[in-house]
Design a protein around this ligand. Sequence first.
Ligand SMILES: Nc1ncnc2c1ncn2[C@@H]1O[C@H](COP(=O)(O)OP(=O)(O)O)[C@@H](O)[C@H]1O
Ligand SMILES: O=c1ccn([C@@H]2O[C@H](COP(=O)(O)OP(=O)(O)O)[C@@H](O)[C@H]2O)c(=O)[nH]1
Length: 246
Amino acid sequence: MATARDKKYKRILLKLSGEQLMGDEGFGIDPKVLDKMALEIGQLVGIGVQVGLVIGGGNLFRGAALSAAGLDRVTGDHMGMLATVMNALAMRDALERSNINCSVMSAIPMSGVVEHYDRRKAIRLLESGEVVIFSAGTGNPFFTTDSAACLRGIEVEADLVLKATKVDGVYTADPMKDPTAVKYDRLSFDEVLTKKLGVMDLTAICLCQEQNLPLRVFQMDKAGALLNIMTGGSEGTLVEQSRPAE
Ligand SMILES: Nc1ncnc2c1ncn2[C@@H]1O[C@H](COP(=O)(O)OP(=O)(O)O)[C@@H](O)[C@H]1O
Ligand SMILES: O=c1ccn([C@@H]2O[C@H](COP(=O)(O)OP(=O)(O)O)[C@@H](O)[C@H]2O)c(=O)[nH]1
């Protein structure tokens, strides 16, 4: 069993997509999925890893999709950001039911519901062992929660950003569309940008590159994958400043 001595990272920022919360349903939140995630996150807390969380809102609303359906884009993005707050509340509930201390902060002030994002307070909470969920993305339209995850990861001085996704890493092409796509174990930020590998938006990649914050893309569905990464396992794909010679 992994112990605190085995952990390779002190503080991480984990990005979960909203779609992951809906399980097999087409929309909304599946409490069973939340409980499974809480269990995985609890394992990290158990070995003393400080966990910041950013959750997307794609299971409820996405600004671009609302805009394509005729809504004003900025209004749609505001709805998308509010959706991330709902997901954050549901995740806090699941974590607390598993006896994991958790706070939710929002980039958009929402007095009486969640506290406003405060970087110094977030760091203090992380240091005390609480999971901190950063909701409402960056607080600005035209951004994504992938960018919010990298931004908050940089701000709270995380050692690693983890993007949990449906596929088990970064491939030469979208593996959902191209069955011949080949998975990378490691990549440099430059390679992701020049090859336009679409697993994460480019703003997010640029932020991590500029601030030299490594990023790992992995499959959340795989039980134990998160804990394995924390103890040095090579799940998914690691993206960092330069790829060592193979
Ligand atoms: N080169 C690539 N490598 C891996 N995944 C890719 C790539 N290009 C596109 N994708 C797609 O990007 C998706 C991840 O992006 P995102 O929209 O954030 O989805 P998710 O909801 O899984 O987080 C993957 O599920 C995959 O289908
Ligand atoms: O900083 C941000 C983060 C998110 N969003 C909006 O919130 C939606 C949900 O976030 P995202 O699409 O990143 O969620 P995910 O795909 O990870 O579930 C986005 O589509 C945007 O409309 C935004 O406007 N600014």
